[in-house]
Design a protein around this ligand. Sequence first.
Ligand code: SAM
Length: 215
Amino acid sequence: MDFAVARKRMVGELVKRGITDQRVIDAMLSVPRHLFVEEAMSSQAYSDTSLPIGEKQTISQPYIVARMTELLELKGKERVLELGTGSGYQAAILATLTDRVYTVERIRPLALKARKVLDRLGLLNVNLKIGDGTDGWPEEAPFDGIVVTAGAPHVPECLVEQLAPGGRLVIPVGDRNDQRMVRVVKNADGSVVTEQSLDCRFVRLIGRNGWSEDS
Ligand code: SAM
């Protein structure tokens, strides 16, 4: 299979669905998604679908990755926090678009696998931590962008606090089956504006400021 051709075709579909930010389009064209899934699944890597990555978790659908990234409006110099590293694919997209990326994953085997792929691609501007990301990463705050790639029951206040003035938080919020993408923009004076975007369906954000493990 020619992965470059398949990737180009997939990105063409994303553009048809409304992705317009040229920097995001270029990032989606350059990051080899097939390296972030099991080899047995690599032929499906350029379908616009989420795929299992083990530990009952998924690599997100490319359209959702592109849309969430667009909502961050990255120009290239931002510090961005991602919660839910999973396969590392979204972190790789972010790392090609901006200076410094911080990502947190609660499941150790997934985090270790993601680190290996990110290193293989030379994406050394990604700092990865294993733990509960619902507390954010206070030692490295403030962030110009925060993206949460698991479904939350509400917007954790500590994440809003960790946004820099002008910063943007993108997070799916809802019940355990269906969520709506929420974007919180922090103004220069510290006030916030909350906007709702597309409907989506993510695995749960589990932790102190998310869902409890047995909920
Ligand atoms: N961004 C990922 C990618 O590109 O492959 C997809 C993320 S997957 C849909 C959601 C991930 O969030 C899972 O790997 C899950 O273990 C992780 N997760 C859930 N709750 C978390 C928490 N409190 N802190 C960190 N990671 C969490």
